[in-house]
Design a protein around this ligand. Sequence first.
Ligand code: NI
Length: 176
Amino acid sequence: MALLSIITAPDPRLKIKAKPVKAVNDEIRRLMDDMLETMYAAPGIGLAAPQVGVAKRVLVVDIARENEKPQPLRIANPEILWRSEELATYNEGCLSLPEHYADVSRPARIKLRYLDHENEIREVELEGLLATCVQHEMDHLEGVLFVDHISPLKRNIILRKLAKLKRQKTTETVSA
Ligand code: NI
């Protein structure tokens, strides 16, 4: 397994629409494992392939707490078959928007179809934090970030701060 580098916003690679995988083969399994390792190291509870520069419809999530047994989900080509009208609001963050958080409302429950790490089709009903996390990661496959769900004013403040941070980092690297 290998640690991958996580792309932070603003970056055009976070705005693309990812392509479905043909099948979950060894290459995709390795990607899923590397993404999980990267996510745990960050640490985070979800990661989508575009965040590590891979334009494929692949994501991983694990909402288990530090003292709980890991419950990794490896997901390819996810599709939402049904979403509840009832919404749930969580204060979301994102490994691609480090240290920024905002309240986002999404359907509280979803029915999801996906390909698992053995290339088997699965259908599950998700609720609570897991439902939110999967929807957040699925947004990444469409080039959508959680800040796209909040007011343009708040979004611009966050993106401007991140752009400034990025410029500072580049300068530091150049001068080192
Ligand atoms: Ni994210």
